[in-house]
Design a protein around this ligand. Structure first.
Ligand SMILES: Nc1ncnc2c1ncn2[C@@H]1O[C@H](COP(=O)(O)OP(=O)(O)OP(=O)(O)O)[C@@H](O)[C@H]1O
Length: 303
């Protein structure tokens, strides 16, 4: 909630143009302490731009960005921030232990290097040169660099993108522990299973606006009970009028239907289109909920 005292970072009425086009227009977003907030949305929605504004990498054209109550570009604010970006280089000739030691030296109260390496799952790789790392190992080093200063706010941009599931689970566990310890964590991800597993709160952006801001459970509940997929000659509009159908939209060549009662909806579908094929029914997931939120308006028929 905007104005919440527990917000450690905040965008208030922020507008930003990039390349001559409006990217954000009057955006309000507060990031809370002690919680993991996931920023989700399709490519180009404005997630990275929002993160760049909150972390002081760019300044708003209008409105205000604050970090710990200060302009995010102020060193006093940035010292309390740990950031893991998608694209950042590492010095090839230094070892992992050396880059972490170097980075920790910039902070007033850093973690011991051995603790940082352990949290990032890098204890066995401390002597390895950064030029000889796999993509997933390099991501773990970036994670170590983000958390070595014991930050009050941790910003993770697609943190597990190149990681295997085991490394991702280590990261999720330590991120959760830091949030439980009081840190504000802001995460962007295209991995909805990651967001569902980790986030206390999910903010969905589309075209520079916030279209949902809720807990994962509340978002899932919004998608309804079940999702039905099938091939049918019926239009989404016709299916939207059937009993128990909440929404219907094309997804490639298939029709995707959100139903409050799958049995009632399936019976009506089969009665109306005996030629219907490839029928599948599943519980609604977070991915379904977000697909529903982001479906093009003219394809989405609410019953
Ligand atoms: N430096 C720039 N110059 C011009 N346009 C830009 C610049 N940076 C971003 N944009 C545009 O701003 C919009 C939002 O970009 P942004 O990177 O914030 O999206 P995103 O939600 O992070 O996307 P992704 O999921 O692809 O990372 C896009 O249309 C993008 O093309």
């Amino acid at each position: 909630m905007i104005g919440d005292l527990a917000d450690v970072a905040r965008l208030t009425g922020v507008s930003k143009r990039l390349g001559g086009r409006p990217v954000l227009d009057g955006l309000d977003l507060g990031i809370r302490a002690g919680a993991v907030t996931a920023l989700l949305g399709p490519n180009g929605a404005g997630k990275t731009t929002s993160v760049s504004l909150l972390t002081g990498r760019i300044a708003p054209d209008a409105g205000e960005a604050t970090l710990f109550g200060l302009d995010p570009r102020r060193p006093a604010a940035r010292r309390r921030l740990g950031v893991m970006l998608q694209s950042a280089g590492l010095p090839d000739v230094l070892t992992i232990g050396e880059v972490v030691t170097l980075q920790a030296g910039y902070y007033p109260d850093p973690r011991p290097v051995s603790e940082t390496l352990a949290l990032a799952g890098l204890s066995d790789l401390a002597e390895r040169r950064c030029g000889a790392l796999s993509g997933g190992q390099a991501r773990r080093v970036h994670y170590a660099l983000a958390l070595c200063g014991r930050p009050d706010m941790l910003v993770l941009d697609e943190p597990t993108a190149a990681m295997d599931r085991a490394s991702a689970r280590i990261l999720w566990g330590t991120v959760r522990a830091m949030a439980d310890d009081g840190a504000a964590v802001l995460l962007t991800s295209h991995d909805l299973a990651e967001a569902d597993a980790l986030a206390d709160r999910i903010v969905v952006m589309e075209a520079g606006r916030i279209v949902a801001d809720d807990t994962p459970a509340a978002l899932r509940a919004r998608a309804g009970g079940s999702v039905i997929r099938c091939r049918t000659s019926l239009t989404p509009h016709a299916v939207g009028l059937l009993p128990a159908v909440r929404e219907a939209a094309m997804e490639g060549a298939e029709l995707r239907i959100v139903a409050s009662d799958a049995t009632v909806a399936v019976r009506a579908l089969l009665d109306t289109d005996p030629g219907l094929s490839d029928l599948r029914v599943a519980d609604a997931t977070l991915e379904d909920a977000i697909a529903t939120l982001l479906a093009p308006r003219d394809e989405r028929i609410a019953a």
